[in-house]
Design a binder for this molecule. Sequence first.
Ligand code: FMN
Length: 433
Amino acid sequence: MKFKDIRALATVQGPARTPSEKLSRRCYSVEDMRRMAAKRLPGSIFDYIEGGGEDEVSLRRNRSSFDDWSFLPKWGSVENLDLSSTLLGGPVSMPLTLAPTGGTRLFHPEGESAVARAAFEAGVPYGLAHLSTTPMEQVSAAAPGLRRWFNIEPMADKVELQALLDRAVKAGYEALLVNVDCRAIGHRERDYRNGFTAPPSIKLKTVVEGALRPRWALGFLANDAIAFPNLDAHVPEGELSSTPDMWRTLLAGSYEPTDWDDIRDLRARWNGPIILKGVVNPNDAAIAAELGINAIQVSNHGGRQLDHMASPLDVLPDIVDRTAGRIDIIVDGGIRRGSDVVKAIALGADACSIGRPYLYGLAAAGQAGVAHVLKMFAADMIRTMMLLGVSTIQELRAEGRELIRHSSEASFRSAFPEAAEPHLPFAELKGAR
Ligand SMILES: Cc1cc2nc3c(=O)[nH]c(=O)nc-3n(C[C@H](O)[C@H](O)[C@H](O)COP(=O)(O)O)c2cc1C
């Protein structure tokens, strides 16, 4: 065989012309994007994204719980496959949101504005962190049509709280995403070991890391210093560090223990939708529904706060039962593929939310990286639903429990096929016999 014959057999690809074309050829999963981000970022900053609290049991469980649920596809026609749905009464192109993440400009100089533009183009909402490194108004200007939510801590100082809420209304934020899992800051040992502070203090380690990651270092040095402009009223400039004192420092003068009364107070002050983020206890979910809260984000903060927590996916069926359609349910933690989203919807969630996956995209390739992650999620969901035999999100939610089984149910059922109760954990069923 001559060279020209071989050439005729091979398809020769020209060079990729756009960042998104380049990503389409190199990045087939969130894990691929994660590896690209690891190559771009200094180790301590990558670890800040990656890490969890204490022994990182919550973090690992978030991921492993998805493996415990298996699909039971049904045969039949799938027509006009459609991922669109509604959340808080408004449209979403797919049941996915971008979760709030503090310090985002540490990962890419365009930070939150790039994330907002990518979210808008993909038709999904974005929750901007209280600790965002871009002012909330600038994020609004970057993507005026974006469905944007503002993330806050419940604050005891009602004067400061009202000023912040007024600012959020003026800047066009549709909903409040209120944290109920940050009474203390998680013990993130990776950060302590790395001496991680934001902005990174200039230690020999940081200089060496920066020299090894020149693209990140140039972007970092050429742009505005990292600051937390939504907190201007609270925090002395440059005084943020990931230590247990951080929260007190951040909300100096305003942090005091808060409780359900503060949630009632927020409900009275804010006319738009409120989402409580960090609910995992089914009782709390039921209380939220009674208080007129519009949605909960079932979350253990990506395993970054309390360790040894239940995984959001595992508590989802109980939460769905307790709230009985009175409240929208968003789930986050460990969601890395469209098939994970499909599992959560099948178990009764209205949507899922992602944190680290879009940060990997941002760190690897800015806005194009976030857009690529969202594109992969959409493509995954379409393929998974097609293989599962469902055409719409509504159908998936309605029929989901027939299309998915927990591993404990499967093993129990094959051992005791006469058992009628479908959803109890294996241990409980065994005990009941
Ligand atoms: C780097 C980083 C910073 C975060 N900052 C915040 C924050 O400021 N407020 C908040 O409510 N959640 C924060 N989170 C948690 C996310 O909103 C979300 O709950 C979590 O990332 C979901 O898990 P996943 O990363 O496995 O998708 C942060 C997560 C990461 C990875």
